[in-house]
Design a protein around this ligand. Sequence first.
Ligand code: CA
Length: 227
Amino acid sequence: MAERVLLVEDEEKLARMVEMELKYEGYEVEKAFDGRKGLELAQSGAFDLILLDIMLPQLSGMEVLRRLRRDSQVPVIMLTARDSVVDKVAGLDSGADDYITKPFAIEELLARIRAALRGKGGPGGQNIPLAVGPLVMDVDKHQVAVRGQSVELTKKEFDLLRCLLENKDRVLTREALLDAVWGFDFVGETNSVDVYIRFLRSKLDDAFGLKLIHTVRGVGYVIKEES
Ligand code: CA
């Protein structure tokens, strides 16, 4: 049976786009454009997952979440404005399962939805997918895909990419990457990192016309969405 997603989002254009993509993926979708209606629908218990915007008319997403959590453990993914770290922290504190920053790539949203649904009922539900923009990594299956198209990586490339993804938006020094991927007892040059970064760029950024892996001059590397 199709899983049912409730989308509470007052930006109607965005809501329609997400609805279309989710339906295409086989989900049943219902929309609410304000917090009050969203809460009412969410409390009906008819949904497997809630996508909840924070800035909403009538009742904020935070307030919806707080009230919903009194008697429901349905997975909730918050949709937050760019860089509002406070919202993210507050959201996770009030019982959100995950959050995604707007604007987001639909692939990343889909990956987070799948993870939240998988984690449902499981212990802790700590199943955060590794994703940035249209790139998604499935660590268990050792697979990487961009826009659904799988990418062949060597073990070292995979490990390096995983390390970058686990620290998304955070700049990592060459030394930190070397330690994490090659191990502390690595004997050789730190430019191994640069070499493997080049490999990753060519297989990911160049091959798909993306800009995910960024050089921070004099410091190291960071994986993030183009902004
Ligand atoms: Ca909004």
